[in-house]
Every structure is written in structure tokens, then in C-alpha cells.
Design a protein around this ligand. Structure first.
Ligand code: ADP
Ligand code: ZN
Length: 514
């Protein structure tokens, strides 16, 4: 083994961070490690160092081809013998690499899971002396399951094929279920699990109700982040293109990014966004993994992410330089219902995804500090942060127990088959088509909910969904079930307190924006 400090200075650093050191020591002692730290948390230095300290070649498996290439180049600049094994190598380059590996001339070898799982590659590695395996972006094992990149879920073979080689799994997510799934999938038995804090204090978190989202975005871009670079995340590919061209027309230069664009266009947009200041990237979640751009000042979500993990990872692309940055999430009842519908379609992954979405809805609908609620999901305890919409402008809470009782009994009396919009109109005493169609005027609750306006009623519905008083099924037909918890409310055994609805302001007028 080589001295830790020799490697540290070779890689260009003065000292290890405490968590890095712990992970490196464990690997050097032959122990498996699971390291969960946010992007930018310094994970690469861990496997680079341990791979160099231990004898043999360190093998790094990553799904991100572009980033591997970049890392190899920067390691070479530091005098490390790093190589990237991929299918683009010319035959002679490939032969040279094989020769160098056989003769112990290579320190670190990077490859994709697909390459690694090729039988010829696996058996070749078996003939070498290996210092460690590093599985980067290990949460992909659970996120992609066995369909998208099946090789990721086959990496458990490493433990069998190389019983004496330590494995380190690295991930940007920390929730308990992901960590367990990674350990199980990689067959790590006595792994040391290390987690670093996921908090990004410099990002101001704002979560607000959506209302004419385009105009809300304009307000944000003009009044909070004029001229800055940022990402706007949308769910649909079409929406990224429409929004990008609409913003550009309004003098806010924007670029789209999604998985259906060709490689060149995507690469070009990424390149422009990362080099020119003041651009806005309007993207699906395809734009994400491994982006490390220091000057991103904001992240806007116009659609709901699927989970607290996804949300945290996405907002974490802002403020990498540590300077004040902002995250704005806009959503409403319809977004909640859409997200649930989308989830209901994916049968296999159903339970896990449902759980994550429901955890996220509770974060969104929960009372008090946003950051505290989020970190609680990651098992981190925190104080009120002073840097979220709730901390910055504390709002009153309302006792909504009676309103909830009205809504729940109305759901019961209409057998759960009426859309929320009809129920709300009915409570407001409006004789709309939908209300008349079910002779809603005759129900005793008709017009008995005028103490709240439509938006406030929607907030009640959201709260009842998020906290499991009701369950909405959308397949094969729309249907709402009252859950056990609803009884407590109907019997006045429990109370419901709702934070006051908060809208994000609008900019511009209706005409120029539609
Ligand atoms: P991750 O892989 O977790 O996303 P990186 O390994 O890319 O994070 O590191 C993020 C940044 O932190 C890099 O710019 C890296 O140079 C820096 N860094 C990592 N470890 C140290 C350290 N011990 N001292 C100083 N800077 C570090
Ligand atoms: Zn807060």
C-alpha cells in the first residue's frame, strides 16, 4: 500500500474531509462501503484515493460516459494512470490497454455497467489484481430497476466473482429504502454506511400554489433572478420546447433539453448553458445527473417531481458555488392528481413509487419550515432554517376541521365518484352543469361551504389526500375512498390545521401571455 498523504497531494488536495477519510480507511481495511453524499460532496476523491492506495487496479463503474471521460482526462493531468474502457476504442488502443492492465500499469479503470457485464470483460478482470470496485450513481440500481439498464441490477455478481475485493457504492440519495436496496442488490453484507448531510443552506426554498404558472415564472425571472442562469424543470418534452421558445420571444434567452432531442442538439444546448451566463435551460429530468455548473442561480419546478429525493437532487443543481440561490416549486391539486395517475400506470414499481410520492406530498403539505420537513424525510433533524417561504414570511394557520368534515361527508354521500371540482362548486352553492347533473342543489350541503373560496377548498382536498384521509383512484375510473383516518375527523376526534394558502405573484397581463 501507498501512504494516504502521498496520494492526497498527488491528487492536488491538502486534507481529506472527515467522511472521506473514514471511507478510505474502511476500504483499505477491505470493508465494503456505502457512501451517501450529495453531488459535490467529494465522493470521487474517496474511490480515487483508495484505488491508488491499495495494490491493483481500481475499477470504477459509472453510467455517465461523458463524466467518466472528463474524470479520466483530469486524472491523467495529475499523473494518474487512468483509462476508460469503452467500445469506441480503436483495436490498437484496446490492445494497448489490455497489455497495460495485464502488466499492472494501470491505476484506475473506468467503464460502464454494460461493458463490465460482458462475459469477456468480467473474466478478463478476474485474471487481474483489483484494488476495489466503485459503483457510482448507485441509486440507479433502484431507480432504473431491471428494465432501462438491466446491467445495473446485475452488479451483485461482483461480490461472488471477487470475494476479496472491497466494493464502494456511491450515491446522491440517502433515504433508508434506497440505501437498503443498494446494499441488497450489491450483496454487501457488512458494509460501512456513511451519510453526509444533504442540506444546502444557501438555497432559498419556495413552495407555492400554482396559478397561471407562466406569469408566475415571469415574475420570478424579472423580480427575483433577473439576468441569472437557471433551470426550469417540466414533465413533458413538448412543454420544455414551448416554454423555452416562449421565454426566448419575451427576451429571456432559453434552451430546451429532453431525451428525445438528438445527441448533438442536446450536447450543444448543454454546452451553451454551461458556458454562457444568463441562459435558462428548460428541461425534463433528462437534464440532470452529473451536471456540475457553478453559476446556476435558480431551479424552478413547474410540475411536481416524483419524490423528495428527486426534488432535492434537482434543486441541488443551483448554488454549487455556495452563493445564495433560489428554488421555486409551483403546484396545485391538479398536479397532485396527475402525479398519482402517472404513478398508477407503472404496476411493478407501484409500491415504492407510491410511497415516495406520498412522502413528498406530505413534505409539500406539511406545516412549518420547508427545509425541516424535507430533511426529516432524510432522517436529518434540523432547526427552522430561516431560508424558506415559511420561515421568511410566517403565515397563519386555520382550523379546517369543520370544512374537512363537510367535504368528507359530501364525498360519502356522493359515493366518491364525483370529481373534486363538482364537490367544491356544490359547497360554494354554484349551479354549474356538473352540480345540476347530480341534482346537487337538493343536497343539504349545497351552498354550505361559502366560508372558504375555491382555492381554499382545493387546499383542503390536497391536505386530505396528502395525509391519507382519502385515497384517489383514477384507474379504471375516478373514485375517492374515505380512509380510516377520515372517521376521526367526521367524529370530531381529531383536528385539521392548514397553513394559509400562499400564491406566488404574477407578472404581465392575460392577453400578451396566452
Ligand atoms: P461528488 O462526486 O460527490 O459529486 P466531487 O468528488 O466531484 O463530488 O467533488 C466536488 C468538489 O469538491 C470538487 O470540486 C472537488 O475538487 C472538491 N473536493 C473534494 N474533496 C475535497 C477535499 N478533501 N478538499 C478540497 N476540495 C475537495
Ligand atoms: Zn425554513
Amino acid at each position: 500500500m501507498i501512504q494516504k498523504n502521498t496520494i492526497l497531494s498527488k491528487l492536488g488536495y491538502l486534507q481529506y474531509r472527515p467522511l472521506q477519510e473514514e471511507a478510505i480507511d474502511a476500504l483499505c481495511a477491505g470493508t465494503d462501503v456505502l457512501l451517501a453524499a450529495p453531488t459535490g460532496g467529494g465522493k470521487s476523491l474517496v474511490y480515487q484515493s483508495a484505488g491508488l492506495i491499495r495494490d491493483g487496479v481500481g475499477v470504477i463503474i459509472s453510467p455517465l460516459i461523458a463524466l467518466m471521460a472528463q474524470q479520466v482526462e483530469s486524472l491523467k493531468d495529475k499523473g494518474v494512470n487512468a483509462h476508460f474502457l469503452n467500445s469506441n476504442l480503436q483495436p490498437d488502443e484496446h490492445d494497448d490497454l489490455v497489455w497495460a492492465l495485464r502488466n499492472n500499469h494501470i491505476d484506475l479503470l473506468f467503464l460502464s455497467p454494460e461493458k463490465l457485464m460482458q462475459p469477456s470483460v468480467m473474466s478478463f478482470l478476474n485474471s487481474l489484481s483489483i484494488s476495489l470496485f466503485a459503483v457510482d450513481e448507485a441509486h440507479c440500481i433502484t431507480q432504473w430497476g431491471s428494465s432501462f439498464r438491466p446491467e445495473y441490477s446485475q452488479l451483485g455478481q461482483l461480490r461472488q466473482n471477487f470475494p476479496d475485493v472491497p466494493i464502494i457504492a456511491l450515491t446522491g440519495t440517502v433515504d433508508g429504502s434506497t440505501v437498503k436496496a443498494i446494499q441488497a442488490s450489491l450483496k454487501m453484507q457488512h458494509a460501512l454506511v456513511l451519510k453526509s448531510s444533504f442540506d444546502r443552506k444557501n438555497i432559498e426554498i419556495q413552495i407555492a400554489q400554482k396559478r397561471k404558472s407562466k406569469r408566475q415564472i415571469l415574475y420570478f425571472l424579472h423580480h427575483e433572478m433577473a439576468g441569472e442562469s437557471g433551470i426550469i424543470y417540466c414533465r413533458s418534452r413538448k412543454k420544455t420546447e414551448q416554454l423555452a421558445s416562449w421565454l426566448t420571444q419575451l427576451g429571456l434567452p432559453s434552451l430546451p433539453y429532453h431525451a428525445a432531442m438528438n445527441d448533438r442538439a442536446r450536447q450543444e444546448n448543454h454546452q451553451r448553458f454551461s458556458t454562457q451566463p444568463g441562459l435558462i435551460m428548460v428541461a425534463t429530468t433528462a437534464y440532470g445527473m452529473g451536471i456540475d455548473i457553478a453559476h446556476i442561480r435558480f431551479v424552478i419546478h413547474v410540475d411536481l417531481p416524483d419524490s423528495p429525493e428527486a426534488y432535492f437532487q434537482e434543486i441541488g443543481r443551483a448554488g454549487r458555488d455556495g452563493k445564495p440561490s433560489k428554488a421555486l416549486l409551483l403546484y396545485g391539486l391538479q398536479d397532485m392528481l396527475n402525479a398519482q395517475r402517472f404513478n398508477g400506470l407503472q404496476d411493478q414499481l407501484d409500491d415504492d413509487r407510491k410511497e415516495r410520492l406520498s412522502a413528498f406530498l406530505q413534505v409539500l403539505e406539511g406545516r412549518g419550515c420547508r427545509r425541516k420537513n424535507l430533511l426529516k424525510h432524510f432522517d436529518e433533524s434540523a432547526q427552522d432554517c430561516g431560508n424558506c417561504d415559511r420561515c421568511l414570511a410566517p403565515s397563519a394557520e386555520q382550523n379546517s376541521t369543520i370544512a374537512s368534515q363537510k367535504l368528507l361527508s359530501l364525498i360519502y354521500h356522493t359515493r366518491g365518484i364525483q370529481p373534486f371540482s363538482v364537490l367544491i362548486q356544490l359547497l360554494l352553492g354554484k349551479r354549474t352543469k356538473g352540480v345540476s347533473a347530480i341534482q346537487g342543489e337538493r343536497l343539504s350541503l349545497f351552498g354550505k361551504g361559502k366560508e372558504l373560496n375555491e382555492a381554499q377548498w382545493k387546499a383542503v382536498v390536497r391536505h386530505l389526500i396528502a395525509f391519507d384521509y382519502i385515497e384517489v383512484h383514477q384507474m379504471p375510473v375516478f373514485c375517492v375512498h374515505l380512509k380510516e383516518k377520515a372517521r376521526g375527523i367526521l367524529r370530531s376526534q381529531a383536528q385539521i390545521l392548514l397553513p394559509q394558502e400562499r400564491y406566488y405573484p404574477l407578472l404581465g397581463s392575460e392577453e400578451d401571455l396566452n
